[in-house]
Design a protein around this ligand. Structure first.
Ligand code: UDP
Length: 367
């Protein structure tokens, strides 16, 4: 019998992850029907609509248009909206992604209505409970019936919390996405010409984690270090709207002058730039992994990472929000050849296929 699932997305990384699974779902209309719900958490066209267009994600049937406000107000309004939709749609599964407020709201709404929850990117942990993402993912995992882990480490983290039932190591959906779009992006994007950049002749940077943007001292260290790096090589900063807002609020905008600042990039341009960059500096989870997939050295401006494999393999280095450490890491990357361990911990690029098999109870779901 065909299954009906309601997918909850709301933020940029969720659109990208959902693209892999939705593409797989569309291949099997006899087995599964997907209803897409956009919570509205990210609403700027270049943080939302552009991904639906480029990645051919099914248009949301519902858009709750919930954005802004504190965590409580935002999550609460989403919870209310999602509950209403679930009561109407009566799905067999609610599918949630990652670790945002949209993830938590989807998980809670479904669990209270006794609708099974499937969590893609389950088991990720930073072990830093001050991160809103960590709270969201721990609570989402706790009420999920099916937990799709990207790595062995994620499976082990769940086991430490006593969660072993319904846990499937399917690999990372982001790797499915990278395999599908890396060549297309290189062919389709004109961003290198547009920004006057040469292959391996620039650094690419992103910064948006609350722990960095909401703390003026950390933000100044980071943005100052990027400005300093720009004396050595061009630095492209794809500036997240919240970071732009806080730089203005803290009077730090002057540091942007030396940087090639661009608005949040469409995915094809981002993937093209990632592959062409000499080095990536970021605090993004997804960007750390994309650097790893594309064999580009990564400097992570955080104190810890959920994607420990990238660090263990020597491809990624954690430097915190410390201008001195950022500069030293950059110098090392640009002057020494990085030796990467020949391991690939993120699956075989068929995560979406495995997720679908599990959700539809297909015989191939024994993985
Ligand atoms: N991304 C993008 N344009 C940008 C910055 C990031 O398309 O200007 C993509 C990036 O390639 C990755 C994803 O967004 O696939 C990561 O999302 P984000 O950094 O917002 O969140 P996180 O991964 O930290 O949860």
């Amino acid at each position: 019998m065909s299954k009906k699932i309601v997918t909850i997305v709301g933020a940029r990384p969720q659109f990208i992850k959902a693209a892999a699974v939705s593409r797989e779902i569309l291949k099997h209309p006899d087995r599964i029907e997907e209803i897409m719900v956009h919570t509205g958490q990210h609403y700027d066209p270049n943080m939302s609509q552009v991904f639906f267009d480029e990645l051919e994600i099914p248009a949301p049937k519902y858009n709750l248009e919930v954005s802004g406000g504190g965590h409580g107000a935002m999550t609460g309004r989403m919870l209310e909206g999602i509950e209403r939709i679930l009561l109407d749609e009566k799905p067999d599964w609610v599918l949630i992604y990652g670790d945002t407020n949209s993830t938590l709201a989807g998980a809670l709404a479904a669990a209270k209505l006794h609708i099974p929850v499937a969590h893609v990117e389950a088991g990720l942990r930073s072990f830093n409970m001050r991160m809103p993402e960590e709270v969201n993912r721990i609570l989402a995992d706790r009420v999920s019936t099916m937990l799709f882990c990207p790595t062995v480490a994620a499976v082990e983290s769940l086991a430490l919390e006593g969660i072993t039932r319904g846990v499937h190591n399917v690999g990372d959906v982001m790797y499915d996405v990278a395999l599908h779009y890396s060549d297309r992006a290189r062919q389709a994007s004109r961003i290198l010409e547009k920004l006057g950049l040469t292959e391996k002749g620039f650094a690419l940077a992103t910064c948006h984690r609350a722990e960095n943007t909401d703390d003026p001292l950390r933000l100044e260290e980071i943005i100052g270090a990027l400005a300093e790096a720009a004396r050595t090589l061009p630095v492209v900063l794809a500036l997240h709207p919240r970071t732009r807002k806080l730089l203005r609020q803290f009077g730090l905008e002057h540091h942007l002058e030396l940087l090639a600042v661009v608005n949040p990039l469409p995915f094809m341009d981002m993937v093209a730039l990632e592959q062409a960059a000499a080095v990536i500096l970021t605090d993004s989870g997804g960007v750390q992994k994309e650097a790893f997939f594309y064999g580009v050295p990564c400097i992570t401006m955080r104190d810890e990472t959920e994607w420990t494999e990238t660090v263990e393999s020597n491809w990624n280095v954690l430097v915190g929000a410390d201008a001195g450490r950022i500069a030293a890491a950059l110098d090392k990357v640009l002057t020494e050849k990085v030796k990467c361990a020949p391991v690939f911990p993120y699956g075989d690029g068929k995560a979406a296929e495995k997720i679908l098999a599990c959700l539809t109870g297909h015989p191939n779901s024994v993985i």
